[in-house]
Write a protein that binds this ligand. Structure first.
Ligand SMILES: Nc1ncnc2c1ncn2[C@@H]1O[C@H](COP(=O)(O)OP(=O)(O)OP(=O)(O)O)[C@@H](O)[C@H]1O
Ligand SMILES: [Mg+2]
Length: 273
């Protein structure tokens, strides 16, 4: 596999290595808004959201369809810029960054997982996981080892040479999680990661997220429509009409690994979606 032709510029950005001062919350947003312009029509998708997320938190994001959850995640993930308000990531005001600098922040600090996995279809699991390493100049000789380690972290050591079509839905999502983890991000954003998975596989993926949160201190934000999935997080936020309308700790956080052990075994294949 060859490196993509265009790579973002290597202009330095101000965020310190690692996650900076551990006393500063990882995410601080104040009065964040996003208005989409479609022709002459303005759509206020986010209308002034203020919240803080500390390092190591596991936060679920809920709310009806169209309430602004994905818009919010895209802003946190530096995929998009706010129309108003401020976003500090590890104390650094990234809302003012241009697209090159946002790309660097994404590559270095943020992992994404989506409902549809978004894997390259004609590319093996291992090569899919290597993709982010092309963009930050990881030497060729180090890429495979890092990708293998990330696949091992998600329990897919023996599937590196499979193509996505040769993997179950749960396994494809694990590859996508390995790809999101390969640059050791501080923040993992998951937008309905279990939306295409059966309930057993969903709990399996949640057990993986809980382990990454607990053992690596990974800060996690997870959009979900399913109330029982949200109860694997430590905190639940609820959006409605572009506003944050609820923000509360979860009492009695469920342990996904324990729930999985109590479920009947999959009669077919392990992790089949
Ligand atoms: N690129 C876009 N251009 C114009 N309008 C958009 C765009 N993306 C989202 N919207 C609108 O912004 C609002 C919020 O959308 P968003 O995708 O953030 O909702 P959501 O909470 O993620 O919904 P769902 O649960 O269905 O994924 C909706 O009214 C949507 O139609
Ligand atoms: Mg959405």
């Amino acid at each position: 596999m060859t490196a993509p032709a265009s790579q973002p510029s290597s202009r330095p950005f101000a965020l310190p290595g690692g996650v900076g001062d551990p006393r500063v919350p990882l995410i601080q947003v104040s009065d964040l808004s996003r208005i989409y312009q479609v022709g002459d029509v303005q759509i206020p998708a986010l209308r002034g959201v203020t919240l803080e997320i500390r390092r190591g938190e596991f936060v679920a994001v809920r709310g009806p369809s169209g309430s602004g959850k994905s818009t919010f995640m895209n802003l946190l993930g530096c995929l998009d810029r706010p129309s108003g308000g401020r976003y500090l990531l590890a104390g650094e005001d990234v809302s003012t960054y241009d697209s090159d600098r946002r790309a660097q922040v994404r590559n270095r600090f943020i992992g994404f997982v989506f409902q549809g996995f978004n894997l390259l279809p004609r590319t093996t699991a291992l090569e899919n996981v290597e993709v982010p390493l092309f963009y930050n100049g990881t030497p060729h000789g180090e890429r495979e080892g890092k990708a293998r380690a990330a696949l091992a972290e998600v329990g897919l050591t023996d599937r590196g040479h499979h193509f996505p079509s040769q993997l179950s839905g749960g396994q494809q999502q694990r590859v996508a999680i390995a790809r999101a983890l390969v640059n050791q991000p501080a923040l993992l954003l998951a937008d309905e990661p279990t939306g295409n998975l059966d309930s057993r596989t969903s709990v399996d993926i949640m057990a993986l997220f809980q382990r990454l949160n607990r053992e690596r201190g990974l800060t996690l934000l997870l959009v979900t429509h399913e109330p029982e999935i949200a109860h694997y997080a430590h905190r639940i936020t609820v959006f409605r009409d572009g506003r944050l309308v609820e923000d509360r700790p979860v009492s009695g956080v469920r342990d996904a690994a324990r729930d999985l052990a109590a479920m009947p075994p999959d009669p077919h294949l392990d992790g089949l979606a």
